[in-house]
Each structure stands twice: as structure tokens, then as C-alpha cells.
Design a protein around this ligand. Structure first.
Ligand code: ATP
Ligand code: MG
Length: 243
């Protein structure tokens, strides 16, 4: 039967009881850190792993703090916020969602903010999902540059959720661009993977830019969510900073 001994915690210096271990005729404490220090270490480790997961999502620094909590109830945005919250709630609860969301609205409506709020909830979770944030024009530029000797941007395959930010704002006149977009959407559809898309474009504009086959896939992949914000929130922020 194991007996216990009093040991001094290497973390906080407090004394605590632990089992004693006999090894080669010598007595050792089974634990070198007290229960409190071990619990604190576990929390710190969980936090560290979550930070590593979050860094892999590649959210731009200026948007990292975007959450549902700091999304202010701006006129015309209530329904879209509720749809986004419900979507992420169902996904986190394990519902097999068939479609992601296509957030459409004018510049400054809060589309990217809401997309990142969703990512925050998916990644900082007890059952985290893998996700990647891709700003489409920047990602395409980075990919093009990497054909020289640059570092390629992260490949968007293999993530549970992919955010395609600002779809339709890319240089859509080039067949190369259309082909890259097609490859991404086709892969998401084939693998039944979820996507959140943000765009300023109407369906007709988007179909004209990304091309019919991509638009058809996108319709199947995402449910339309119009954000009918009455104001460009960037203007609100500029006025606040000026005040
Ligand atoms: N309702 C809101 N409450 C708080 N911050 C907001 C709200 N709406 C937008 N913002 C902030 O305003 C800025 C612009 O919003 P965001 O980038 O999400 O707009 P957008 O719809 O994606 O615009 P664009 O079409 O130009 O990309 C961001 O800093 C965002 O955090
Ligand atoms: Mg945006």
C-alpha cells in the first residue's frame, strides 16, 4: 500500500502531501509540484496551445480582437449578427451544417469583423476547429509573388473552416485568378468543407467576376446573409478618434 510524505513544491515553495516512491532503496516524492501549481501549469499550457492555434488562422493584426461582444448594435446589422451567432452555435454543438455563410454588404458594414468573431469562437473553444483566414486579393498577390522565390501563402485546403475575405475584389480579369478561385471552391465542395465568405458584390457581379462554375459552387457552399448596415463603421471610428 502506498504511503505518503510531505514535500516542498518546486513552484510555490509550499508544503504538500504526495505519495512516496521507492526506487533503488531511496524514497522520492511522486509529485514535485503541488496540486495548485499543476493546475495553473495546465491552464497555461492550454492557453499556449490556443495561442498557437490562433496564430495559424492568420487573422490580420487589426482584426484579431473582433468578437461578437465588441460588435456594436449598428442599425441594419441585427439579423446578420443573429444568423452568424446561430451558425457558430450550431457548428460548435456538433450539428452537421451543410452550408457556410456569404456575408454581403457595403464597405464598413462589419462583414470582416463578424467573420473573425466566428473564427474566435471556433478556435478559442474546448473543442477547437482548425480555420484559415484568407484575404482573397492579398492571398493571390502572395501566391503570384511566391512563383519567384517568395514564401507561398498557406494552402487553404485541410482546414475545417475557411474564411474568404473580400471575394470579388481580386483582379478578376485574369484567367489565372479565376482558376485559383475555382480550385479553392471546387475543393471545398468536393470535400464538403465549410466556408465563410465576405463580399461587396451582388450575386450577378460575383458570378461575372469569379465565373459561372465557381459561382454555382459558391451558391451551394454558402447561405446568403445581407448586412444592411446604414453606416460605414469606419466613418464612425474616424469621428470617434477625431472627437
Ligand atoms: N457594429 C460594429 N461594432 C464595432 N465595430 C465595428 C462594427 N462594424 C464594423 N466595425 C469595425 O469597423 C471596421 C470596418 O469593419 P469591417 O472591416 O468588418 O467592414 P467590412 O464590411 O468588412 O468592409 P469592407 O467591405 O470594406 O471590407 C473594423 O475595424 C470593424 O472592427
Ligand atoms: Mg472586409
Amino acid at each position: 500500500m502506498p504511503t505518503s510524505l510531505t514535500a516542498t513544491c518546486l513552484g510555490c515553495g509550499r508544503e504538500f502531501r504526495t505519495e512516496q516512491v521507492l526506487l533503488l532503496g531511496q524514497t522520492f516524492a511522486a509529485e514535485r509540484y503541488c496540486e495548485l501549481c499543476r493546475a495553473a501549469e495546465e491552464v497555461a499550457e492550454e492557453q499556449r496551445l490556443a495561442e498557437v492555434r490562433w496564430a495559424r488562422v492568420c487573422v490580420p493584426g487589426g482584426y484579431e480582437q473582433c468578437t461578437f461582444e465588441n460588435f456594436e448594435p449598428a442599425a441594419g446589422t441585427t439579423t446578420a449578427v443573429e444568423v452568424c451567432k446561430q451558425w457558430v452555435k450550431e457548428y460548435r454543438a456538433g450539428t452537421a451544417l451543410r452550408r457556410g455563410l456569404l456575408l454581403r454588404g457595403r464597405p464598413g458594414a462589419g462583414k470582416t469583423h463578424l467573420a473573425v468573431a466566428i473564427l474566435n469562437q471556433l478556435v478559442w473553444s474546448d473543442h477547437p476547429r482548425s480555420a484559415l483566414f484568407v484575404n482573397v486579393p492579398q492571398w493571390l498577390d502572395a501566391l503570384r509573388e511566391s512563383y519567384g522565390d517568395g514564401e507561398p501563402p498557406p494552402a487553404p485546403s485541410g482546414f475545417d473552416v475557411l474564411v474568404l475575405d473580400d471575394l470579388g475584389a481580386e483582379d478578376w480579369s485574369s484567367p489565372w485568378t479565376r482558376d485559383r478561385i475555382y480550385q479553392i471552391l471546387n475543393h471545398r465542395e468536393q470535400e464538403r468543407l465549410l466556408m465563410i465568405v465576405t463580399t461587396n458584390c451582388s450575386w450577378d457581379e460575383l458570378a461575372g467576376r469569379i465565373g459561372g462554375p465557381s459561382a454555382s459552387r459558391l451558391r451551394r457552399l454558402c447561405r446568403d446573409v445581407d448586412i444592411e448596415a446604414r453606416q460605414d463603421f469606419r466613418e464612425v471610428l474616424v469621428e470617434r478618434n477625431a472627437a
